[in-house]
Design a protein. Structure first.
Length: 422
């Protein structure tokens, strides 16, 4: 019997070479093309481009409302169209991600994304704007899925996923800091779209270092036993926790700029504060890398939830720019820390390696539905409604995550013990 264990922040992978027990992949570190530094850098840059729209979401919604005369309901639907395209594409990635040329498809997807953004900035048709945003979402999700898969092929996933999350937030922070006083100030909504295209054009050459394909992770010595019912239930509850967490996070994040605008704060200062919030998101993800699994997943996730609730309390009572800045920074710190551990909960429970991929569409469902629902709530009841719904959703996410860990611990432990004895 061979027992190979690789532990990381996002993945715990066990390979048991025996006649029974869970048999799931364990990476071999020798001759791994994805361990090359330039290949990793390329995947990190590609991931940052795939997440660019999400990290610029507050500014996008604000600029769209100001320059296209849209109400809260319309801008909520607009961003939901982007995430509909994003989620639908990533939901099918399981079937094609290992069958395509990563480099070629990434070039094509980025080109489609740029054309869709430029058309969205140019058109005055509301229906065409929705369609262009949907297409952009599909294109960006393609490169995001390729980047995530490429980094999953490395031998040290935890380290490079931490770098990936940090790079995504930093690129968004730079955009939020630079665009309001430059292209948006001079060209409005078209300037916003052109700014995103410019970022893609500047960073796209990093694709030349991306391998055309990764290495298969599905080399098993036999067949995989299905997960026990109890453990399978725990995994699905964990997926719900991930969806609920991102629903709450996105609902507040999407309207945090509008909250400042309603309070009468100066737009350029708000843009700088929002860029600072993404620095705190980086700090949250780096904190997760430092903590690793030394405290398990439940306790850090609970800490992130507590910070999130404190941020909501601060934002709901915003009277000064300082209060707003503190609340917004705590919010993104909690998101950077919490998203890492809610995904880790699913990874810890997924002993046969088939369910972790579902975290992407699970998160996508939360992200896709949040802006539209938030728009309806703010249009009918004001910002207080999204704070209430956000608080309830984040608490449900924590309870679901803790339940999943408790529910899955018993069959997980017994399964490991059985394998070790054999």
């Amino acid at each position: 019997m061979t027992l190979c264990i690789s532990t990381g922040l996002h993945h715990q992978i066990f390979e048991i070479r025996a006649n029974n027990g869970y048999q799931v992949p364990c990476e071999l570190t020798n001759n791994n093309p994805m361990d090359r530094k330039l290949a990793i850098l390329s995947a990190v840059v590609l991931s940052a481009l795939g997440a660019l729209f999400y990290n610029l979401l507050p500014m996008f919604l604000g600029v769209a409302q100001d320059y296209r005369e849209l109400d809260n309901r319309s801008i909520g639907l607009l961003s939901s169209m982007f995430f509909a395209g994003f989620t639908l594409t990533t939901s099918t990635a399981f079937f094609w991600i290992r069958r395509i040329n990563w480099r070629t498809v990434s070039w094509l997807a980025l080109a489609v994304a740029c054309l869709a953004l430029l058309m969205a900035g140019y058109t005055r048709s509301h229906a065409l704007l929705m369609l262009c945003v949907f297409i952009a979402g599909s294109a960006f999700s393609t490169v995001y899925g390729i980047a995530a898969t490429a980094l999953s092929d490395t031998s040290n996933r935890a380290r490079w996923y931490g770098l990936k999350i940090s790079a995504e937030a930093m690129l968004g922070a730079i955009g939020l800091f630079v665009l309001p006083a430059t292209l948006v100030a001079g060209y409005g909504f078209m300037g916003m779209m052109a700014g995103m295209v410019l970022v893609v054009v500047l960073l796209a050459p990093a694709l030349s270092w991306l391998p055309s394909a990764g290495k298969s992770q599905l080399k098993l010595d036999g067949t995989c036993k299905p997960l026990p019912v109890q453990l399978r239930l725990a995994v699905w509850v964990g997926l719900f926790a991930a969806s609920a967490f991102m629903f709450s996070a996105t609902m507040i994040w999407a309207f945090v700029e509008r909250l400042a605008s309603t309070a009468g704060f100066e737009p350029v200062l708000v843009g700088k504060i929002l860029s600072l919030t993404l620095v705190f998101a980086v700090l949250g993800s780096l904190l997760a890398v430092v903590l690793g699994d030394r405290f398990g997943s439940g306790k850090p996730f609970a800490a992130a939830t507590l910070i999130f609730l404190i941020a909501l309390a601060r934002l709901s009572q915003t009277t000064t720019l300082t209060d707003y800045a503190i609340g917004a920074c705590l919010l993104t710190l909690a998101i950077g820390l919490g998203i890492t551990y809610v995904i880790t909960i699913v990874a810890e429970l997924d002993m046969d390696g088939r369910y972790v991929v579902l975290t992407v569409p699970a998160i996508g469902v939360g992200v896709m539905s949040a802006p539209a629902i938030g728009g309806l709530l703010t249009a009918s009841q004001g910002f207080s409604a999204i704070f209430v719904v956000g608080s309830v959703s984040i608490v449900l996410s924590l309870l679901a995550g803790l339940f999943a860990l408790k529910k899955g611990r018993s069959p997980l432990a017994s399964g490991k013990q059985q394998n070790i004895q054999q």
